[in-house]
Design a protein around this ligand. Structure first.
Ligand code: NAP
Length: 298
C-alpha cells in the first residue's frame, strides 16, 4: 500500500539510474523533490535543483543513495555536474528534526552523526529492502556469470557462498535454471533448509575440500572467504562472481595471480534493473519516511 507524501519536501541526493524511476514515484505520491546532482539527468522534471548545503535546510528528509558515500564522504552521483561531499559543514547544517536516509553509512559518518544528534537511518540492511533487492541482484549476478563463462548455467556446478537474503534467492534461481547448486553456510538451520530445497549443503568448514568441483562461485559473504588457501583449490577455469559489499569476500589479487577470473559486482540492482530497483525504493521508503516524521513530531 503506498503512503501519501503530500506536502512533504524530500531531498534526493545523487545515486544512479534507479533514482530516475524513484523520483517520479515519490512525486506521484505528492512529495516535493529537491534534487542534488541531477543536472545531467535525462527526463527528470518537476524537481528543484540545488546544492547539498542548500538542500539540507529546506527539506523534511534527506535521501542519500543505497551505496552511501566513499571514504572521503563523496556521494556517487551519476548525473551530477560536480562532486557532492557529505562533509562536516553539511552535517552541521542539518536541522535536528531532519532524518538522513542512506543505504549504508560508513563508520565515520555514523559516529559524526551520533555526536551531532543527526538521525541516520540505514536502509540497505532492512529485510524489506534486502529481500526485494536480492531479485535484481541474483539476476544480475547470473547475467555476469553467463557473460563470463563458456558453459550454460544449466548443468553447471554452481556454488553459492552464504545463504542469507541474497544467497537464497540466487540459489533458488540457479536451481530453477537447472544448475547443480551447492549452498555453503555455517548454520545448521541453513544447511538443513538447503537440503530441503534440493541444494547440496556444504558447511564452510568443508569449503576447502569441496570448492574444486565448482564451475561458477557466487559469493555473498562480506568477509574474505575466498582467501589464498581456498583459492588454491579453485579450478583455474572457474569464474567467481563476488556480490558482497566492497571490498568483497575474495582475495582478488591472489585470484588474478592464479589466473582465476574473479569479478566484484557491486550495485547490481541499479545497473541491471534500475526501473525495478527504483520501484523497490518507492515501495519501501514512503512508510519509513512517514514513520520518522510522525515519530519525531509526536
Ligand atoms: P545477509 O542476509 O546478512 O547474508 C549474509 C550471509 O553471509 C549470511 O547467511 C551469513 O551467515 C553469512 N556470513 C556472514 N559472515 C560470515 C562469515 N564470516 N562466515 C560465513 N558466513 C558468513 O546479507 P545479504 O542481504 O544477503 O547481503 C550479502 C552481501 O551482499 C552484503 O555485503 C550486501 O551488501 C551485498 N549485496 C550486494 C549486492 C550487489 O549488487 N552486489 C546486492 C545485494 C546485497 P550467518 O547467518 O551464519 O551469519
Amino acid at each position: 500500500m503506498s503512503a501519501g507524501l503530500k506536502g512533504i519536501r524530500l531531498a534526493v541526493i545523487g545515486g544512479d539510474d534507479r533514482e530516475l524511476y524513484f523520483i517520479p514515484e515519490l512525486q506521484k505520491l505528492g512529495a516535493y523533490i529537491v534534487g542534488v546532482g541531477f543536472e545531467k539527468a535525462p527526463e527528470i522534471s518537476g524537481i528543484e535543483h540545488c546544492s547539498l548545503l542548500e538542500a539540507v535546510t529546506k527539506v523534511d528528509a534527506l535521501i542519500f543513495p543505497m551505496f552511501g558515500t566513499d571514504e572521503r564522504g563523496m556521494v556517487k552521483a551519476k548525473y551530477s555536474n560536480g562532486p557532492i561531499m557529505l562533509n562536516k559543514e553539511v552535517l552541521q547544517a542539518i536541522p535536528a528534526q531532519v532524518p538522513l536516509f542512506i543505504g549504508w553509512a560508513r563508520p565515520a559518518l555514523r559516529s559524526a552523526a551520533e555526536l551531532m544528534g543527526i538521525r541516520v537511518i540505514e536502509t540497505a540492511f532492512l529485510d524489506e529492502v534486502a529481500v526485494l533487492n536480492s531479485i535484481p541482484s541474483a539476476e544480475g549476478a547470473i547475467q555476469m556469470a553467463m557473460e563470463n563463462t563458456v558453459i550454460t548455467i544449466h548443468g553447471s556446478e554452481s556454488f553459492v557462498l552464504g545463504l542469507g537474503r541474497t544467497g537464497w534467492t540466487l540459489a533458488r534461481v540457479l536451481k530453477g535454471m537447472g544448475a547443480q547448486v551447492t549452498g555453503v553456510a555455517r548454520k545448521a538451520v541453513d544447511l538443513a533448509r538447503a537440503l530441503e530445497m534440493g541444494l547440496r549443503p556444504v558447511h564452510f568448514a568443508d569449503l576447502e575440500e569441496e570448492i574444486g568441483r565448482a564451475d561458477i562461485i557466487f559469493n555473498t559473504v562480506p568477509s574474505v572467504i575466498l582467501d589464498q588457501v581456498v583459492l588454491e583449490k579453485v579450478s583455474r577455469s572457474a569464474v567467481i562472481i563476488d556480490l558482497a559489499s566492497i571490498p568483497g569476500g575474495t582475495d582478488f589479487e591472489y585470484a588474478q595471480m592464479l589466473g582465476i577470473k574473479a569479478l566484484l559486482a557491486p550495485g547490481l540492482p541499479g545497473i541491471v534493473a534500475p526501473k525495478t530497483a527504483g520501484r523497490i525504493l518507492a515501495q519501501v521508503y514512503p512508510p519509513l519516511i512517514l514513520r520518522q516524521l510522525t515519530t519525531h513530531t509526536k
